[in-house]
Design a protein around this ligand. Structure first.
Ligand code: 3PG
Ligand code: MG
Length: 367
């Protein structure tokens, strides 16, 4: 644990008190309907903890990225309806990002948020890396605590960072190495091996001199990848690939992609090899799909990795919206030990060991 962060019992008697709970209800929506309510359900233990002790709970969250003004597309109505079904009697404020003061961390907006409120709880792990008003403002004046979800996320992710059972392997995918460079460097300091799939593998393959056809890559990151490859830690890269040939037809390839070809998934041999690494580890952190799994032709690599995550006896942690969505799509989300509700937040906590939301709680009057 990082310094003293107050927890729910540190709020004292909450009976009859009005408690503002910052949640991350930034859920995926399609045509105004919630497609996955995982983040809402994940806040229920904290909400019940408070309501069972007689607190009056007011939740507040952002949804999407409205530009500091009301936008019906990002209204909280659907979330409010789902919350009412799951936790009757709990209030939910309107989208925090309808006010520019939220992202601007404006003291006047903080003052409005805490008006008439007796205590503050941060359970918004997914947003705890944002130094926004609702994350860092209330603990300046109110007795504050981290909620049960935030506490669990911090315990699990800092446990990986500080004290993993070995071998510890991190499996990384997604499109850009530049987005994840900080966390890759930090992970290289603690893992025994790194497994790289997703489009980011092509920059590594290019750094090793393999022809990558017209696959997505980041030429300005080649030198960085060379440095990471020379760093002495085991980095597993694909040995076969699946994608389309120059005519756009589905094709499987070895490690050399012909001119005009594009890789969209790791190949079956690679998926099997990566699975073996996962099965033989004692701790596995997975962030980022292995390919374009939304397209069934390119889902096999990600599916095989998800299955290995489910099958291994290792302690398994999945961070990031896309890998969590992949697990859910394959019906395997209950088969891993911890699915983080945070994408960027889980990577930032692994990288830096702290988050603005945690630092703010450490400065609370009751800390
Ligand atoms: C997320 O979905 O990653 C969190 O809710 C944070 O949202 P943001 O990236 O728009 O700040
Ligand atoms: Mg398991």
């Amino acid at each position: 644990m990082v310094g003293h962060i107050p927890t729910l019992p540190d709020l004292g008697d909450v009976a009859g008190k009005r408690v503002l709970v910052r949640t991350d209800f930034n859920v995926p929506m399609e045509h105004g309907e919630i497609t996955d309510d995982f983040r809402i359900r994940s806040a229920l233990p904290t909400i019940s903890w408070l309501t069972e002790r007689g607190a009056q709970v007011v939740c507040a969250s952002h949804l999407g990225r409205p530009k500091g003004a009301p936008d019906p597309k990002y209204s909280m109505d659907a979330v409010r309806a789902r919350l009412a079904a799951l936790a009757p009697g709990v209030e939910l404020l309107e989208n925090l990002r309808f006010d520019p003061g939220e992202e601007g961390n404006d003291p006047a907006f903080v003052a409005r948020l805490v008006e008439g409120v007796d205590a503050y709880v941060n359970d918004a792990f997914g947003a705890a890396h944002r130094a926004h008003a609702s994350i860092v403002g209330p603990p300046r004046t109110l007795p504050s605590a981290m909620g049960l979800l935030l506490q669990k996320e911090v315990d699990v992710l800092l446990g990986l960072r500080n004290n993993p059972k070995r071998p510890f392997v991190a499996v990384l995918g997604g499109s850009k190495i530049s987005d994840k460079l900080g966390v890759v460097e930090a992970l290289l300091g603690v893992v025994d091996a790194l497994v790289i799939g997703g489009a980011m593998c092509f920059t590594f393959l290019a750094a090793k001199g393999y022809p990558i056809g017209d696959s997505l890559w980041e030429p300005d990151q080649v030198e960085t990848c060379k440095r990471l490859l020379a760093g002495g830690k085991r980095i597993h890269l694909p040995e076969d690939l699946v994608g389309v040939d120059a005519e756009g037809n589905f094709a499987t390839f070895g490690i050399h992609l012909p001119d005009g070809a594009k890789g969209f998934d790791i190949g079956p041999g690679t998926a099997a090899a990566f699975s073996d690494v996962i099965i033989e580890s004692r701790t596995v952190f997975w962030n980022g799909p292995m390919g374009m799994f939304e397209d069934p032709r390119f889902a096999a690599g990600t599916r095989t990795i998800a299955q290995a995550m489910a099958d291994t006896k290792a302690f398994t942690v999945v961070g990031g919206g896309d890998s969590a969505a992949a697990l859910a799509q394959f019906g395997l989300d209950d088969e891993v030990d911890h699915v983080s509700t945070g994408g960027g937040a889980s990577l930032e906590l692994l990288e830096l060991g702290d988050l603005p939301g945690l630092a703010a709680l450490r400065g609370a009057p009751n800390a």
